[in-house]
Design a protein around this ligand. Structure first.
Ligand code: PPS
Length: 385
């Protein structure tokens, strides 16, 4: 089924006679069931939260954007919009000469919706992804142990660093430093909210209501495939657009075992993230309910089967450590854990190779490639000051 990308302009009407909806994105916002099978959406903002499976979804958007010739809003420097600063229009590279608007923005940022709206057209779909806060925090802690100041402080203390941190997090966490953003309620921080609060309060309820209005879909990492089916419906995509391999995974051995006590400590320390996740998990299942469980099951079967076939025809086995991947397929490696990558089967035809390569291409390489392609030059180097 070919996709026709059209901009869903503001003010499109609902055709009551035919029962078909051509509503613009605004009119769907906040609804549990969005009858949108007739619209073609061109513009997408994906808030790439940290350690939530977001690189896997970003890879889907990278492939989609390249295939449809869409224009990416890239950061002026590096691969992130001056993270952990709040997003600002000035962090975005200029439009390429021949383009009239940006279509996809999906690099790491700390959200400021109004600032993003200054960059992206009105007819834009806003998506993000949340993951169970205990798994997210453990992953964030392991990955950023030497870069987030609050985590760095426990490095030289003997014993398990996560145990040490969780025993007295206030001792290490100084909320005045924005670079500590990921050390407490990392998902709330990425969403641009005040993540330093100790507990949910009235302002928090308002924040949640606002997020519900701002985002058309909040994906849930634990139900990644179900999330993709909802994305497929929302953006009118094909199954083949959604085929993926899990990116940025760690070897089993690098995971810290989280027992019941530790899990409780993480939940207490990240209470806003817990509430955020529970809230959007509930709205997610309402959307699934609207979508229909039987229909969802059928779609999942098709996606799983296509994904299995694609992985089989592209990959030379499962994910492997950095020592076993070729240079161009090796994901960026922090100094605290290995990040797994993939090798491709040998003897792929050149057509297959191009398709399979994009499926496993690590974030930074794909970003560099797309930037080069869009601007006809290399990325700018960050000025030293
Ligand atoms: N499809 C899917 N579903 C669920 N979880 C997934 C998926 N793909 C990746 N992952 C897990 O997400 C973690 C990496 O997240 P990110 O890609 O967001 O990391 S990053 O912030 O961009 O570095 C990383 O978690 P940990 O392995 O616990 O570190 C991945 O294993």
């Amino acid at each position: 089924k070919p996709i026709t990308w059209k901009t869903a302009g503001k003010g499109h009407s609902t055709s009551r006679e035919t029962g078909q909806f051509e509503s613009d994105v605004e009119t769907q916002s906040g609804k549990d069931c969005s009858p949108n099978s007739q619209i073609r959406i061109r513009n997408i903002v994906f808030l790439k939260t940290h350690k939530t499976g977001s690189s896997t979804f970003q890879n889907i958007l990278f492939r989609l954007g390249e295939k449809r010739g869409l224009t990416f809003a890239f950061p002026v420097y590096t691969y992130q919009f001056a993270y952990p600063e709040k997003f600002a229009k000035g962090f975005v590279e200029d439009l390429p000469r021949e383009a009239t608007e940006f279509n996809i923005l999906c690099s790491h940022m700390r959200l400021d919706v109004l600032a993003v709206q200054e960059v992206m057209p009105g007819s834009t779909f806003y998506l993000t992804i949340l993951r169970d806060p205990v798994s997210t925090f453990e992953s964030v802690f392991t990955y950023y142990r030497t870069t987030v100041p609050a985590f760095e402080l426990v490095l030289n203390i003997s014993g398990n660093p996560l145990t040490t941190f969780l025993a007295a997090p206030h001792h290490y966490y100084d909320s005045r430093y924005i670079t500590n953003g990921l050390a407490k309620n990392p998902m709330t921080f990425d969403l641009g909210l005040n993540s330093t609060r100790e507990r949910v309060d009235e302002t928090w309820q308002k924040d949640l209501e606002k997020l519900e209005k701002d985002f058309h879909l909040v994906m849930i990492a634990e139900y990644f495939d179900e999330s993709l089916i909802l994305v497929k419906e929302l953006l009118n995509l094909d199954f083949e657009d959604l085929v993926y391999v899990r990116l940025n995974t760690r070897p089993q051995g690098s995971r810290v075992t989280i027992d019941r006590d530790k899990s409780q400590q993480i939940r207490t320390w990240n209470q806003l993230d817990v509430d955020l996740y529970e809230h959007f998990n509930r709205t997610f299942w309402k959307k699934i309910q609207c979508y229909g469980h039987t229909r969802m099951k059928k779609e999942l079967d098709v996606l799983e089967s296509l994904t299995r076939q694609t992985r089989k025809s592209c990959l030379d086995g499962g994910p492997v450590g950095p020592e076993k991947t070729s240079d161009n397929l090796r994901p960026w490696q922090p100094d605290t854990t290995k990040i797994l990558g993939y090798n491709l089967r040998r003897n792929l035809s050149s057509l297959e190779y191009e398709k399979c390569l994009r499926l496993v291409l690590p974030e930074l390489r794909f970003h560099t490639y797309l930037y080069q392609r869009q601007y006809g030059r290399d990325m700018k180097t960050l000025p030293l000051d």
